[in-house]
Design a protein. Structure first.
Length: 537
């Protein structure tokens, strides 16, 4: 006599599809599919289902009916069976793939073990290599051989890290980077059969020796040249797989991931180009200032006074006294004028603004200058001359000009003269062009023009603008008022199309009483500023 089939219970409300369930009436599964996975229908099991807590049939349903175990509907059985077959096929494919990957890994390991036996040695009959940086193109240092080796090129020795890697069957193409430039290198022959060559990874540091040749026609490489290696050495092997640099900072990674891995992002072509343009711009500023007989000084970064506003101060304890990280060095620069003449500095400034926009940085490098014995028009002329001279010097360097073209292909030098527009004129312009303030209302005299409105105006006018004569209430306490209109200051923001504000400047109050009243109006204690106030005496 045949025994009754074993019953498997599924409760869609309280069941569990985990290790705590067994399919018994007291420990049912949650889904029919899971029951099929654990107890294959082919083995003759009986499946019983219910919903123990969910109403069935509406308000007039019999409460007892909910508790009755019933056989699943044919459609439910068919659906679960179909899903089970899909799972089995997927599991079989995964198992097959795992077996194949294991075999390939074992084969790869055997190949690598054999590769360890291959040892390359440098040919002592070859010329002694010339050590070069990867950007050296001077024919007097490096002569290029022909692609067909009809003419011999200089044998060189280079050191760098792998920036790009493209292994092929009998040859390995790689691009080295050393921070100065890029160089395509080709490994071939016995070299590609070595363990070191077979396990190369992005960012691995290495030394390569070989002949420098021109790139074959219709092919491309940095500086149209390539190094045909005859010997190489791995200096430091970089991590691969999940720890590989290209995995940790993939091109499509989230911004926060890139921020957290800035030390790796800097190795990329875009980030490194930005740093090189930045360095070239700083050099140009220094040269421009020195051409104008301005002396570089280094003011303190730890101060006991504010410049821009108390809400953005980074405070700390300075040997028992309150102190702050500087917001600007301009007041200190002013004290240098009587003994040093016109001065400038390139120093960090700090702003404690909890904002995440391109205009808010907690720390940034600040280029500041102070000029002696000038008028407001002299200041504007000076700013225009400095900006244009810096751009000329920066673009005069072919390498830097190339980086700028890479980063901003549409960049063009601003045309001169810069447009001069008073704040009151800007307010009228914004009203005429229906560009509202931050409250959505027409701009009024006294509004602090927001960045969005300011940029829109600049982009529409599409030329550099000296925006001048801002109301005293929205500017720093030390800015000199216009003698012809005491409501406004002799102040300026330099606005560039596509960028926005790049420079802020002003004349300084030179009257002692006026400066003391300015402290009072701002609710500031003048005592810590004694060294600044003394300039007015």
């Amino acid at each position: 006599m045949a025994s009754a089939p074993i019953s498997i219970y599924i409760d869609e409300d309280v069941g569990k599809d985990d290790s705590t369930a067994s399919g018994s009436e007291s420990a049912p599964y949650k889904t029919l599919l899971h029951a099929f996975v654990q107890h294959d229908p082919k083995d003759g099991f009986q499946y019983l289902m219910r919903k123990s807590q969910t109403d069935v049939g509406g308000e007039n349903a019999d409460p007892a009916a909910k508790l009755e175990w019933k056989a699943p509907a044919k459609s439910a059985m068919k659906k679960a069976s179909s899903l089970l077959e899909q799972r089995k096929k997927k599991a079989a494919k995964e198992q097959e793939l795992a077996i194949r990957e294991k075999k390939e890994a074992e084969k790869r390991q055997q190949v690598l073990e054999e590769a360890k036996k291959v040892v390359i040695k440098e040919d002592p009959s070859l010329p002694k290599p010339v050590k070069i940086r990867l950007d050296v193109t001077d024919p007097a240092v490096v002569k290029l051989g022909s692609p067909e080796s009809e003419t011999q090129g200089t044998r060189v020795r280079v050191l760098g890290r792998i920036h790009r890697l493209r292994p092929q069957k009998d040859v390995i193409f790689l691009t080295l980077s050393d921070g100065y430039g890029y160089l395509q290198c080709i490994l071939s022959g016995e070299m590609v059969k070595t363990y070191e060559a077979m396990t190369l990874t992005i960012a691995t540091s290495m030394e390569i020796r070989g002949e420098m040749r021109a790139v074959p026609p219709k092919q491309h490489a940095p500086n149209d040249r390539e190094l045909h290696a005859d010997f190489f050495t791995v200096i430091g092997r970089a991590a691969g797989d999940k720890e590989a640099m290209t995995t940790r900072v993939a091109p499509d990674a989230e911004p926060q991931t890139l921020y957290d891995n800035r030390h790796l992002v800097l190795r990329g072509e875009t980030a490194s180009a930005v740093m090189k343009v930045r360095a070239a711009t700083l050099r140009a500023f220094r040269q421009t200032f020195e051409e104008n007989r301005m002396l570089e000084v280094s003011p303190p970064a730890m101060v006991q006074t504010q410049v821009e506003g108390g809400s953005t101060l980074f405070g700390f304890n300075y040997y028992g006294e309150n102190a702050y990280l500087t917001q600007s060095s301009q007041l200190y620069l002013e004290t240098c004028l009587p003994s040093l003449g016109d001065v400038f500095c390139v120093c960090p400034s700090f702003r404690a603004e909890k904002s995440l926009t391109r205009r808010h940085l907690s720390e940034y490098m600040h280029i500041e200058a102070e000029l002696d014995f000038i008028t407001f028009n002299d200041l504007l002329d000076h700013l225009e001359e400095v900006i244009c001279r810096v751009l000329d010097l920066t673009l005069a360097d072919p390498a830097t000009a190339g980086y700028i073209k890479q980063l901003n292909p549409d960049f063009k030098k601003p045309s001169r003269p810069f447009r001069r527009m008073r704040y009151s004129e800007a307010i009228e312009w914004l009203r005429e062009h229906d560009i509202p303030n931050e409250e959505g209302q027409p701009h009024q005299f006294g509004d602090d023009i927001a960045e969005a409105a300011e940029r829109k105006m600049t982009d529409m006018i599409n030329q550099p603008i000296f925006l001048t004569h801002f109301p005293a209430e929205i500017k720093a306490f030390y800015m000199k008022k216009d003698p012809e209109d005491r409501r406004v200051t002799e102040s300026v923001d330099v606005l560039m199309p596509g960028v926005g504000e790049i420079v802020g400047g002003s004349m300084r109050m030179d009257d002692w009483e006026e400066l003391m009243n300015a402290y009072k109006n701002e609710g500031m204690d003048p005592a810590p500023y004694y060294w600044y106030t003394d300039q007015r005496k």
